[in-house]
Design a binder for this molecule. Structure first.
Ligand SMILES: C[S@@+](CC[C@H](N)C(=O)[O-])C[C@H]1O[C@@H](n2cnc3c(N)ncnc32)[C@H](O)[C@@H]1O
Length: 218
C-alpha cells in the first residue's frame, strides 16, 4: 500500500513558503526587479545564487566591494539576506530577477566580476538556450562587465562545463584560469568557498571544475 500523506503537512509547507516570501518582501536588503534602480556601484554579481551563502561569505571577506545576488527564487534569496543581516553586512543586496535581465540591472562596463555557480545544466540539447553560458547570455555579461572584468564559473557537471568552455572560446572570451579539480588546485582560496550545492555534491565525491574568463576585446 502506498504511504499515506497528511494534508496538514502541505498546509504547513505552503505557510512556510509564504513566510519566506514575507521575509524577502520585508528585508531592506531584498529587491524585486521593478524596485531595483539600475546601478553603477556594484562590483560583484552572482547569477542563480540560490540561498547566496557563498556570496555572503565573499562579501564578509571584502567589505570595500559591493555585492549583488540574483535569483528568480525569493524564498532562497531571503536565506542569504537573513545571514547578511545577522552578520551586519552593508555591502550585499539580493535581487529577484532573471539572468537575461542583467543589462537592465547594471550600467554598461561597471561590474568587475560575475559568478556563475552550479547553474542548472539543462542537459537536453533543445534546452541549450536556457544554459547560463549560452552565447545570448555571454553577450549580455560582456556588456555589463568592465573590459578588465571577469566571468567566474564553478560547476560539477563535465558536459555543462565543457560545453560552456566551447561557447566561451567561440565567443572569443579569454580563459585565464582553468581547473578540472578546483579543490586540489593552487588557485585562490576565495574560489574555494563552498556554495550550498557544492557542499552537498562534494560530500558525494563530485569534483568542482572552475574557469576564470575575461570578455572579448571590444
Ligand atoms: C542548481 S541551483 C545553484 C544555486 C547556487 N548557485 C549554489 O551553488 O548553491 C541554480 C539556481 O539558479 C536559479 N536560476 C535558474 N534559472 C535562472 C535564471 N534564468 N535567472 C536567475 N536565476 C536562475 C535557480 O532558482 C537556482 O536557485
Amino acid at each position: 500500500m502506498s504511504e499515506q500523506l497528511n494534508p496538514k503537512d502541505f498546509i504547513i509547507t505552503r505557510k512556510r513558503k509564504k513566510y519566506k516570501f514575507a521575509l524577502f518582501a520585508n528585508s531592506p536588503l531584498c529587491f524585486e526587479f521593478d524596485e531595483w534602480q539600475k546601478a553603477d556601484d556594484v562590483d560583484v554579481v552572482e547569477i542563480g545564487a540560490g540561498n547566496a551563502h557563498f556570496l555572503v561569505e565573499l562579501a564578509a571577506c571584502w567589505p570595500n566591494q559591493q555585492f549583488v545576488a540574483l535569483d528568480v527564487k525569493a524564498d532562497r534569496l531571503q536565506s542569504g539576506a537573513r545571514k547578511a543581516t545577522e552578520q551586519r553586512l552593508t555591502n550585499i543586496r539580493f535581487v529577484r530577477a532573471r539572468a537575461d535581465q542583467i543589462d537592465q540591472l547594471f550600467m554598461p562596463c561597471t561590474l568587475s566580476t560575475i559568478w556563475l555557480t552550479f547553474s542548472d545544466p539543462f542537459p537536453r540539447k533543445r534546452s541549450s538556450g536556457r544554459r547560463m553560458t549560452h552565447p545570448n547570455f555571454l553577450r549580455k555579461y560582456a556588456t555589463v562587465l568592465k573590459p578588465s572584468g571577469a566571468l567566474l564559473i564553478k560547476h560539477d557537471n563535465p558536459d555543462f562545463f565543457n560545453w560552456s568552455l566551447e561557447q566561451l572560446v567561440a565567443e572569443k572570451w579569454q580563459i585565464t584560469e582553468l581547473s578540472f579539480d578546483l579543490h586540489e588546485s593552487e588557485l585562490a582560496n576565495d574560489y574555494k568557498i563552498l556554495t550550498a550545492y557544492e557542499q552537498r555534491w562534494l560530500g558525494e565525491g563530485r569534483i568542482t571544475r572552475f574557469a576564470h574568463v575575461t570578455p572579448p576585446v571590444r
